[in-house]
Design a protein around this ligand. Structure first.
Ligand code: LLP
Length: 398
């Protein structure tokens, strides 16, 4: 299955049973994506890891663990979620942009290797944990991604630029630290692998300056098509990356443990978000389709102008153009403009494709709207994997 697309009757049955709005996941698609990533490189030293920020539902994490992937974490909270899903500490690579001392201590005690994002972090880490092994996040100077907000290579807050990396030697020496890993991440959602591979080459070259480095992590960012674009050619990416690694290993006589850390690619297409039409109204010539999917439920369209395909579950044969909006008290709470859908009535359902990545994980209870429930479909059965937030949750503050 390419991606989860629910039929009208299925959607109606699920909403009757679990309420609206609802994130629905398909186990088969999730497992298939894990296997694609698991077999991307035919190298014995290859350890892909899932980037849990895309979706950290514990039941989904358990499936991802069963499929043989490790994980990354970028906060103590993610470590807790991953440990709850059964990941061992040494299966968790910890990589966070800014780290307090408390956070460093937590990650040191509960996760595997720490990737430090700056020279100052490395220096503070060395003061706390003299003689430890650690990794550095490199900024390769080039980036890729679907929006400026998610491009992380180049002029961004992330990583150590290669020209500044020479200063690390002094810090390593001062604290007897051992630099065993180099990490990079160019950004999120590319369908063309050019920048990712260029950055991989940069990292492979840099590794030659550091004799103790034995782990190379090329990051995530592998995209999925949201609007019918051509799919990322995973086989070609796998072949090219294998070639780059092989030729560098041959030249240097060293072998590396190789890691990548996709989030979106693993979970995006396994899910559809279902919602209900709660109002239809016209203002200044625009027909608004009001739904219960505000940006507290799905933030991506508002934050990045991202477009997710929308299905209108209606019996009508007629088409209509709508501006699909949420129920929050902000005029920017728009899911899509100029959307062609079948004529909808109040009470009809809509379904939003590719909702599995950065959907629930970026949800909130803004405006006192409850975070939705999540349901997993497996072999034709459905089960609740996160209960809907309740009114009690809203008032239980202390
Ligand atoms: N590794 C690091 C260090 C990252 O910062 C990220 C994503 C990933 C891996 C996984 O990237 P992925 O394979 O999922 O593209 N909320 C945005 C995406 C933000 C990505 C943040 N970092 C969105 O909805 O498009």
């Amino acid at each position: 299955m390419d991606r989860l697309i629910l039929k009208k009757e299925q959607a109606e049955e699920l909403i009757r049973k679990y309420g609206s709005p609802l994130y629905v996941y398909e186990e088969e698609v999730l497992r298939e994506r894990c296997r694609e990533v698991r077999t991307l490189l035919a190298l014995k030293t290859y350890h892909p890891q899932y980037s849990a920020k895309a979706n950290s539902n514990i039941e989904l994490l358990k499936i991802i663990r069963e499929e043989g992937l490790d994980v990354d974490a970028m906060s103590p909270g993610e470590v807790v979620q991953e440990r709850a899903a059964g990941f061992e500490a040494d299966q968790i690579m910890y990589c966070s942009g800014n780290m307090s001392e408390a956070e460093m201590r937590y990650a040191h005690d509960h996760a595997g290797i720490l990737i430090l994002d700056s020279l100052s972090q490395a220096d503070r880490y060395g003061t706390l944990f003299l003689g430890s092994e650690m990794g550095i996040r490199v900024n390769p100077g080039i980036g890729a991604g679907h929006d400026a907000k998610v491009i992380t290579g180049g002029k961004t807050k992330f990583g150590v630029l290669s020209e500044d990396l020479k200063e690390i030697s002094e810090i390593l020496q001062k604290h007897s630290l051992k630099l065993i890993a180099l990490h990079e991440h160019v950004g999120s959602l590319f369908l063309d692998d050019t920048v990712f591979l260029e950055a991989a080459e940069i990292l492979l070259k840099l590794a030659q300056q550091f004799p103790d480095v034995r782990i190379l992590d090329f990051g995530g960012g592998l995209g999925v098509p949201y609007n019918g674009e051509e799919r990322l050619d995973l086989n070609r990416l796998g072949r090219r990356l294998t070639d780059l690694i092989a030729s560098s290993e041959q030249k240097s006589g060293r072998t590396y443990e190789i890691r990548i850390e996709p989030g979106r690619y693993i979970v995006a297409e396994s899910s559809m978000l279902l919602g209900t039409v709660t109002d239809i109204k016209e203002s200044a010539g625009v027909k608004y389709l009001g739904t219960d999917i505000g940006f507290n439920v799905l933030l991506r369209p508002v934050l990045y102008h991202a477009h997710h395909r929308i299905h209108g579950y209606s019996d009508s044969e007629e088409q209509e153009t709508y501006t699909v909006c949420g129920n929050l008290c902000e005029s920017g709470d728009i899911l899509a403009e100029g959307e062609q859908l079948p004529c909808m009535r109040i009470g009809d359902l809509i379904g939003i494709e590719n909702a599995g990545a950065y959907g629930f994980s970026m949800s909130s209870d803004y405006n006192g709207r409850l975070r939705p429930a999540e349901v997993l479909l497996s072999d034709g059965t459905d089960r609740l994997i996160r209960k809907r937030e309740s009114m009690e949750d809203l008032v239980n503050q202390i």
